[in-house]
Design a binder for this molecule. Structure first.
Ligand SMILES: Nc1ncnc2c1ncn2[C@@H]1O[C@H](COP(=O)(O)OP(=O)(O)OP(=O)(O)O)[C@@H](O)[C@H]1O
Ligand code: SF4
Ligand SMILES: [Mg+2]
Length: 345
C-alpha cells in the first residue's frame, strides 16, 4: 500500500485538525472587470467569486453545489490556476500557488487536474484516443515504462474502456465513454487532486451513475482527492464526504455530508434540497417542496447584507443591513444565516 492509499483509507470523518489539508483556499476572490469605451475604462466588476474559504483533506471528496452563475466553475478554474485570483490565497500541500508563474506552476500541473462538463467539446475531434490520453506524458516529458502506448492502454482499462480503442476517434464514442476518455487523460500523470466541473451533467441520467461510480472506484484505488462541482444536490450526495453550497459568489453552508442532508440550516440549502426527490417514498417526513422564485440576482450588483434575501421567505430587516457570517452551528457544520433552520433551538 502506498502512502497516498494509506491516507485515503483514513475515515473522512477524522477531525480535520489531525491532517494537513491538500488544498486550502482563503478568502478567494475573482472579480471580472467590466470596461467601457475605447479607453476600456473599468466601470464595475462581475463578482463571480467573492471571498470564499474552505479546505480539502487528502483522500476526501468535497462536493460544491449551487445554481447556474453562482461562481462554481470560476472557483474550479482558480484552484487549478487556469485563472488568476483577484484576491485571497490558494495553497496546495502547504505551498502558496496563488500567483505562481506558468513556469513555476508546471511541476504542480501534474498534481492537480481538471475534468470538464462537456465530453464533446473537451476532446479534440481530429486526434485519436491514444494521442489525447497520451498528450500529458508528451507535454510534461514524462518517461513511461514500456512506452506511452502501453501506459495509455492501461489507463483506458482502468477507466472501463478497451485498450483497442487506442486508434479510434472521439466521435466513435458515446457521451459516457467520452467522459471516461477525459478521465483517463486527467489520470495520466497520477494527479493527487482532481477538480471535476459538472462531470456528468451533460450525460443521460442512466449513464450519470456509472461515471460517478467510476470516479468513486478510482478514488479508492488511487487515493485521489476530489473537488466535484454539480448543479444539484443529488449528484454529489453519494460521493461527497463534505458538501459546500454556493450562492452568488459565496459559500452559504458547508458541512459533513450526513449532517447537511439530514438537517440543512441555510434557507437556500433547504430550498435546493426540497427539489431533490426523497430516496425512500415510504418515509413519513416528506419534505415540503419550496419553489425558488425569481432569478439569481446579478453578481455585478449583489444585494446588500445577505445575498439570498431577495428570494428568502424568512428575510427580515437585519438581512438587508448585515451580512451574516459563516459560523459553526454544529461541529463540522457552518452556515451563513441570521435565522438558520433545523438548529434544534
Ligand atoms: N471570463 C468572464 N468574464 C466575465 N464574467 C464572467 C467570466 N466567467 C464567468 N463570468 C461570470 O461570473 C459568474 C459566475 O460564472 P461561473 O461560470 O463561475 O458560474 P457557474 O456556477 O459555474 O454556473 P453554471 O452552473 O452555469 O456552470 C457569472 O455571472 C458569469 O457570467
Ligand atoms: S440571513 Fe436572512 S435573508 Fe439570508 S438566508 Fe438567512 S433568513 Fe434568509
Ligand atoms: Mg459552471
Amino acid at each position: 500500500m502506498t502512502d497516498t492509499q494509506a491516507t485515503a483509507a483514513v475515515p473522512s470523518k477524522a477531525p480535520s485538525a489531525d491532517r494537513e489539508p491538500l488544498l486550502r483556499v482563503t478568502d478567494l476572490k475573482r472579480h471580472f472587470p467590466i470596461t467601457k469605451g475605447v479607453l476600456r475604462r473599468q466601470h464595475g466588476a462581475v463578482r463571480a467569486v467573492d471571498g470564499i474559504s474552505f479546505s480539502v483533506l487528502p483522500g476526501e471528496t468535497l462536493g460544491v453545489v449551487g445554481e447556474s452563475g453562482c461562481g462554481k466553475s470560476t472557483m474550479g478554474r482558480l484552484v487549478t490556476r487556469l485563472d488568476e485570483p483577484t484576491g485571497g490565497k490558494v495553497e496546495f500541500e502547504g505551498t502558496d500557488i496563488t500567483h505562481l508563474s506558468t513556469g513555476r506552476m508546471r511541476p504542480l500541473r501534474k498534481d492537480i487536474q481538471i475534468i470538464f462538463q462537456d465530453p464533446y467539446s473537451s476532446l479534440n475531434p481530429r486526434h485519436t484516443v491514444g494521442t489525447i490520453v497520451g498528450a500529458p506524458f508528451r507535454l510534461q516529458k514524462v518517461a513511461t515504462e514500456g512506452g506511452v502506448k502501453k501506459a495509455v492502454q492501461e489507463l483506458l482499462e482502468l477507466c472501463g474502456l478497451s485498450p483497442e480503442h487506442y486508434n479510434r476517434y472521439p466521435h466513435e464514442f458515446s457521451g459516457g465513454q467520452r467522459q471516461r476518455i477525459g478521465i483517463a487523460r486527467a489520470l495520466a500523470l497520477r494527479p493527487k487532486m482532481i477538480v471535476a466541473d459538472e462531470p456528468v451533467s451533460a450525460l443521460d441520467v442512466s449513464i450519470q451513475a456509472q461515471v460517478v461510480n467510476l470516479l468513486d472506484d478510482l478514488q479508492k484505488e488511487l487515493g485521489l482527492t476530489y473537488l466535484i462541482i454539480a448543479h444539484d444536490l443529488s449528484v454529489v450526495r453519494h460521493v461527497s464526504d463534505r458538501v459546500a453550497v454556493m450562492y452568488l459568489g459565496k459559500i452559504v453552508e458547508i458541512a459533513d455530508r450526513d449532517s447537511l442532508y439530514a438537517a440543512p440550516t441555510h434557507p437556500y440549502t433547504v430550498a435546493l434540497m426540497s427539489a431533490v426527490p426523497v430516496p425512500d417514498p415510504r418515509r413519513k417526513e416528506r419534505r415540503e417542496r419550496i419553489l425558488l422564485t425569481g432569478d439569481v440576482p446579478s453578481p455585478i450588483n449583489p444585494p446588500s447584507g445577505c445575498r439570498f434575501r431577495t428570494r428568502c421567505w424568512k428575510a427580515q430587516d437585519i438581512c438587508a443591513s448585515q451580512e451574516p457570517p459563516l459560523v459553526e452551528l454544529r461541529p463540522g457544520h457552518q452556515s451563513a444565516c441570521h435565522f438558520p433552520e433545523n438548529t434544534g433551538a
